[in-house]
Write a protein that binds this ligand. Structure first.
Ligand SMILES: [Zn+2]
Length: 84
């Protein structure tokens, strides 16, 4: 792995952790839910680029999946609030 791609991977991880925190804050501190965030390829041909997928699983294993049509480093608190 080159230094450049290592840096990119670290940035991506940092942003995914940041988005998880935004989602948890939005859901409420007390809620017991698993939140996962990953970068994904958007299947919409009109969409310009990578998207960010947010998956929330509650204790009953009900899964909710959201896609924000932005790369992880551009996802804001407002984007998360608009979804949840
Ligand atoms: Zn998209």
């Amino acid at each position: 792995m080159s230094d450049q791609s290592a840096l990119q991977a670290a940035k991506d991880l940092w942003h995914r952790q940041r988005i998880k925190r935004l989602v948890r804050d939005r859901l409420g501190r007390g809620s017991a839910q698993l939140v996962s965030v990953r970068s994904t390829v958007c299947l919409d041909p009109d969409c310009p680029g990578p998207a960010t997928e947010i998956r929330v699983v509650d204790l009953a294993l009900m899964q909710t999946c959201f896609v924000i049509h932005k790369p992880a480093d551009q996802v804001s608190a407002a984007d998360v609030s608009a979804l949840l």
